[in-house]
Design a protein around this ligand. Structure first.
Ligand SMILES: Cc1cc2nc3c(=O)[nH]c(=O)nc-3n(C[C@H](O)[C@H](O)[C@H](O)COP(=O)(O)OP(=O)(O)OC[C@H]3O[C@@H](n4cnc5c(N)ncnc54)[C@H](O)[C@@H]3O)c2cc1C
Length: 342
């Protein structure tokens, strides 16, 4: 059995940032990532903020990101056009850089700090012993560590409708804050029903006033909610959705009955699931979004076990994930020091 002070489950932005922070503090840490390498398919985050660049600068690696992306002082966030040219920082701009590049650069940095990233390995379970945690990988290999951090992220539950998965991240999205700005004022659809579909529809009025809520069956909203949607010009379409069509982006939604609906993009709200069952195994409280409620600095109620990043939060952005990674690194390192100096 190999030994590390800290094992991180998941080599996404949270896990990598955390690994870098711990390595800089001299902690013996290993990352276990089930992907065969750092390649990331599909669209995810598109950039990082000024404050994140400041942190990367403190670590001496901001230039690696800046040379790979495109800076902008005026950008869109949510419904606001932001001009940050007068921010009191020398990094008074945001950086457009796709998540796959962000991860590649972070992984390079972490590797230079001599952190092993064990690609193609999946953590399947863990048990606590008197001295820490025994982590089991698929295939039976075991690693002993003093602290385990779970940063295994979440997946969106995509409806089983042809075209949905193909257009996901292109013009089918789950988060208006991530992708609403690019499609503002365009004809948009919302996929979802009941309180979720209702809530997302109202939220999206901040980005567009041409909205159709597609409930793929009975809409499950009451008369009062229906009236409110109507007052805001949001139409409801209850016909069954048969497929999404579009060559490079969404063009139309095809229903089992009635005319197809021309739309530029679709936002859906059908929930998320943990990418791995590990967090469930902790016996932590899981909120209605399917993510884990953690305590201070991402600690769980179990000694030596932490959950950070998308797996533990409702707000799911790379900047938040990276910040949580740094926060958890602080807590883990403090705990290790306290134990060692006892
Ligand atoms: C379509 C889309 C668009 C987005 N757009 C934006 C955006 O514009 N801006 C923004 O800030 N954010 C955006 N996000 C969110 C952003 O991608 C996440 O906040 C971020 O990836 C979270 O990082 P993480 O490290 O917590 O989780 P993840 O990135 O999900 O990483 C988790 C890692 O854990 C690995 N893993 C899972 N289970 C195991 C296991 N058992 N053993 C070992 N490894 C395991 C996975 O392979 C994965 O690499 C978007 C997300 C999606 C899906």
């Amino acid at each position: 059995m190999t030994n590390h002070s800290v094992v991180i489950a998941g080599g996404g932005p949270t896990g990598l940032m955390l690994a870098g922070e711990l390595a800089l503090a001299g902690v013996d840490v290993a990352v276990v990532e089930r992907r065969p390498n750092q390649e990331l398919s599909g669209a995810r985050a598109l950039g990082i903020s000024s404050r994140t660049i400041e942190v990367l600068d403190q670590r001496g690696i901001a230039d690696r990101f800046l040379s790979a992306g495109q800076t902008a002082q005026v950008t869109g966030f949510a419904v606001t056009r932001l001009d940050i040219s007068d921010f009191p920082t020398r990094h008074n701009y945001g950086l457009g850089l796709r998540q796959k590049h962000i991860e590649r650069i972070l992984a390079g940095w972490v590797t230079e700090l001599n952190v092993p990233i064990l690609y193609g390995r999946e953590i399947t379970g863990f048990v606590q012993d008197g001295a820490g945690v025994i982590v089991t990988l698929a295939g039976g290999e075991q690693i002993h560590c003093r602290k385990l951090l779970i940063a295994t992220g979440v997946i969106d539950n995509l409806p089983d409708i042809p075209g949905f998965a193909e257009l996901f991240g292109v013009s089918v999205f789950h988060c208006p804050y991530c992708d609403g700005w690019e499609v503002r004022d365009r004809p948009l659809a919302i996929y979802g029903r009941g309180a979720r579909g209702y809530g997302l529809s109202l939220e999206l009025t901040a980005w567009s006033r041409d909205l159709v809520l597609c409930t793929d069956g009975p809409c499950e909203v009451n008369d009062e909610e229906r009236g409110r949607l109507d007052r805001h010009g949001i139409r409801i379409r209850e016909d069954r959705v048969v497929r999404l069509e579009g060559r490079d982006a969404l063009e139309r939604i095809v229903f089992a009955s009635g005319e197809p609906l021309e739309r530029h993009a679709l936002f859906f709200t059908t929930g998320q699931s943990q990418q791995s069952h590990l967090a469930h195994g902790l016996g932590c409280e899981i909120n209605e979004k399917g993510t884990v409620r953690t305590g201070k600095y991402e600690a769980t109620h179990l000694p030596g076990l932490y959950v950070a990043g998308d797996a533990s939060r409702a707000v799911q952005w790379v900047v938040v994930a990276a910040a949580e990674g740094a926060e958890a690194a602080f807590a883990i390192n403090t705990d290790l020091l306290k134990e060692d100096l006892d």
